[in-house]
Design a protein around this ligand. Structure first.
Ligand code: SF4
Length: 324
């Protein structure tokens, strides 16, 4: 009998809620995907689509209750809901690490950068303070910062360098899975390219699996193997880069590409997607994209489409497409 494959990460029907005042925010509504070792998946969508919540769920950092109300997250085959808080602490940073969007919120302004990286190392590895500082300095060098600058404080670094420090911290314990949450959004364009190159190189070196959370399809094209387009807490289209870029299917994904400037045809006006994402405390009964969709029909108003496979790994949640 063939052995069942163990994925680096398996997310199955994940539903997450937040309670705000007396309202229930339906942040994730049935997200499922798998990530193999060394693979990079891009989670793409607008602000509020549920991308960061997905990342935080993998680290079990969602306020609970209510938190995860349904579904499972398996890290290296292990269901994290069954783990104690102590076991989760050894997973965070060690097996799964996350780079957050704004480096300033991830760094303590009162501590030197090397002491902050060293702290992460000592949390997961048995070593002396001196050894952890030596390793912290070599991590800084790995991300292109001279090791002797480790004695400086975060405010003495530029935005790009601060993000490099955060990346060094996230990689300090060689995690198996790296979640990069818009890691270059706070940086200017030239620094963005450098940081992206560095992430790609480190990922290759350590053969990590990666989740790249972004709203930038250019970053996806450069760095990802597979793509999940997320809308209102659901994956509405999933596929390889080729599927998503060359065989775009879902009207929302078509809209995302339509709102990008076309360098070959600069006479064409951009076509923004009209309207806003639905209120997550009051999602439409049918397809969540229905109020903005140019192809909506009667059925879309009342029946929520399932994610169906339309060939190979390409899957779409839209009534315009049939299985196969
Ligand atoms: Fe548009 Fe209907 Fe498809 Fe939703 S299901 S994306 S409303 S056509």
């Amino acid at each position: 009998m063939a052995e069942e494959k163990t994925y680096a990460l398996e997310i199955e029907d994940l539903n997450v809620e937040y309670h705000v005042d007396k309202e229930v925010v339906h942040a994730l509504n049935g997200i499922s995907f798998r990530l193999s070792k060394g693979e990079t998946i891009g989670l793409v969508g607008e602000t509020g689509a549920g991308k960061t919540t997905t990342g935080l769920s993998i680290l079990r950092l969602i306020p609970s209750p209510p938190g995860v109300v349904k579904g499972t997250v398996k890290v290296q085959g292990e269901d994290i809901s069954t783990l104690s808080e102590k076991q989760m602490e050894s997973i965070r940073g060690n097996v799964v690490s996350m780079i957050f969007q704004d480096p300033m919120t991830s760094l303590n302004p009162t501590k030197t950068v090397e002491s902050q990286i060293a702290e992460v190392i000592r949390l997961h590895e048995k070593c002396s303070k001196k050894e952890s500082i030596t390793k912290a300095r070599s991590m800084l060098e790995m991300v292109g910062i001279p090791g002797d600058r480790g004695v400086e404080f975060p405010h003495q670094f530029s935005g790009g360098m601060k993000q490099r420090v955060v990346i060094a911290m996230a990689l300090a314990c060689s995690p198996e899975i790296l979640i990069a949450d818009e890691p270059t959004t706070a940086l200017d364009v030239t620094i963005q390219a450098q940081v992206l190159d560095m992430i790609r190189e480190l990922k290759r070196k350590y053969n990590m699996s990666m989740i790249m959370i972004t709203h930038d399809l250019g970053i996806v094209a450069e760095i990802c193997d597979t793509v999940a387009i997320v809308y209102a807490g659901n994956i509405v289209e999933y596929g390889t880069l080729e599927d998503i870029f060359n065989h775009t299917a879902h009207p929302y994904t078509v809209g995302l590409f339509g709102s990008l400037p076309n360098m070959d045809d600069r006479t064409q006006r951009l076509k923004p997607i009209p309207g806003l994402m639905p209120d997550p405390t009051n999602l439409p009964q049918g397809c969540a994209f229905c109020p903005r969709c140019p192809k909506a029909t009667e059925k879309c108003n009342t029946v929520r489409p399932d994610l169906v496979n339309i060939g190979g790994d390409h899957a779409v949640a839209c009534h315009l497409f049939k299985e196969g």
